[in-house]
Design a protein around this ligand. Sequence first.
Ligand SMILES: NC(=O)c1ccc[n+]([C@@H]2O[C@H](COP(=O)([O-])OP(=O)(O)OC[C@H]3O[C@@H](n4cnc5c(N)ncnc54)[C@H](O)[C@@H]3O)[C@@H](O)[C@H]2O)c1
Length: 281
Amino acid sequence: MRLKDQVALITGGASGLGRALVDRFVAEGARVAVFDKSAERLKLIETAHGDKVISCLGDVRSLADHKAAAANCTERFGRIDCVIPNAGIWDYSTPLVDLPEDRIDAAFDEVFSVNVKGYLLAVKACLPALVESRGSVIFTISNAGFYPNGGGPLYTASKHAVVGLVRELAFELAPHVRVNGVAPGGIGTDLRGPGSLGLGEQSISSVPLADLLASVLPIGRMPAVEEYTGAYVFFASRTDAAPATGSTLNYDGGLGVRGFFSAAGGHDLPEKLKLAQGEKR
Ligand SMILES: NC(=O)c1ccc[n+]([C@@H]2O[C@H](COP(=O)([O-])OP(=O)(O)OC[C@H]3O[C@@H](n4cnc5c(N)ncnc54)[C@H](O)[C@@H]3O)[C@@H](O)[C@H]2O)c1
């Protein structure tokens, strides 16, 4: 129970990575305000976790909705220790050349208002409570915050912008609030695209990510969504992560250490060391 008595607010908490974070934070002893636009999925979380959670229905592009969520959370749980801006959309790696001229304005605005403005507004609305609790912010970034080809220019630029938010806000909110980021790699979730590009109903679950990533990642497989949650518990923990602010964790299966000729340089280690190869994990 590393987060006993903490209160967290998680945006995009009704699905995918956010939902796994809600489940993990509750298991670690936290109470969680779940901010999402899906009323249906919020209900499922209430059913699963009862009075350990509250639902905050809203759109992360709206400051009023963030303020209502923050007020709802402090009213019900008395405080906010950790905010995780996490709700996002992906551009399905649409390259610049394929962005239609008549939709580029709307697509840029949509991706940036969810992925960047939505993050900024979450912190803005929770700031008084965070300063009061000497709390922390943990932004969900992506491998696209560091490397090309994890999205098209809209998604990649939006996630690079979040790295900037980590650095700027870690400075601005110190010494009261720690601000860090976690940059996961591909995850089998329900990540959607911008409606302005006709991708609002497209789900990343339709992409054979597990097969694609097995040969691309040094760790040799796509991690399950639950396996990404430990980093957030670490950054939220006041005892374990007291020195951590302004840091971003590349948590993507090793994309930064891929080789030229293969993803994993040590695939033949068991043979070379004459070890019986254990079951592949
Ligand atoms: N899936 C991946 O491969 C992957 C990889 C790296 C980073 N990420 C990041 O992880 C985060 C979570 O995405 P996911 O993969 O779990 O996707 P997901 O679609 O399963 O979950 C995202 C949640 O955000 C909510 N949401 C979206 N737009 C919203 C809005 N305007 N207002 C309120 N709620 C909104 C959705 O309803 C959904 O519940 C995103 O920031 C994404 O960029 C995902």
